[in-house]
Design a binder for this molecule. Sequence first.
Ligand code: IPM
Ligand code: MG
Length: 353
Amino acid sequence: MKAKIVTLPGDGIGPEVTEQAVRVLDAVAARGGHEFTYESALIGGCAIDATGNPLPDETLAVCKSADAVLLGAVGGPQWSDPTAPVRPEQGLLKLRHHFDLFANLRPVKAYPALAHYAPLRADLLENVDILFVRELTSGIYFGPRQEQGDGDSAHDTMLYTVEQVQRAARVAFEAARQRRGKVASVDKANVLASMRLWRRAVTEVAADYPDIELEHVLVDACAMHLLRRPASFDVVLAGNMFGDILSDETSVLAGSLGMLPSASLGVGSFGVYEPIHGSAPDIAGQGIANPVATILSAAMLLRHSLGLDDDAQAVEAAVEAALASGARTADIADPNTEPLSTSAFADRVLAHL
Ligand code: IPM
Ligand code: MG
């Protein structure tokens, strides 16, 4: 098949990990006889430096012409002045909003090869296989706000409509049907009005899915249960901010923040694929970042935007095989093993592919 993929490498380690994921996509194209063409564009801090805008119009236009977008990461200390009029993260939020990518899928797996290294007991990690469905284009990230505050106060607003909750909920219930048939919906219904609406809206959708088991979990308790009984979770449905926080927490189960991919989807097949981690300015430019999250994001791109499920599975299997054969970047390495560079790790994945 033919596909146009736009890469938005962004800042920090973004370009390093994106480069390796593109190598993997190239290998997939070569073995499957596909023709992938790429175009690269600016987003985040590098876009601010070049144009003053974290999401230039040209970037939006290029993305619009693509079948899918592979994104690295945005942000860095040089753009983090709290009084700055524009921030790199605004580019990412605008991109998600512009294409109405309301469903953010964040799968979390615990790899047996890494179990001994994770800070949790290995027996707790057995059979961990969670899919976060994070609502991505509403909630407190996009509610009415007072951008600069007035000096003495500032506010953001957690606003949800029934429709916004229910379209994300449907994605979660549909996913659960293909998985183990369970949805845990995360809220804070004991305190927040917007979250009481969330619970009601999700319960209404559940009526259309009598085959799916629905559990409502308060976010604070959920943060604890995800570490205490991670294997009991199947699909976790959460709002924008709670999903952001819980998915970083849950990366501990996978061994590192550098392991988790994501897909941001709307109604069609177009999607934006990115690691859940940030730009890691502390290790940028050293060639030591873990490319797994971005490589697995590329696998999600193959599956969800290009319909190449076999190729996606092959990439995921190659990552797993590389890990099983002992390939490690610094973030997941044992103290007494020599970690691989970003590209050397990708070489190991490519060898298995
Ligand atoms: C994520 C990130 C972003 C978010 C930031 C960079 C805006 O943390 O994708 O999880 O909060 O959504
Ligand atoms: Mg995050």
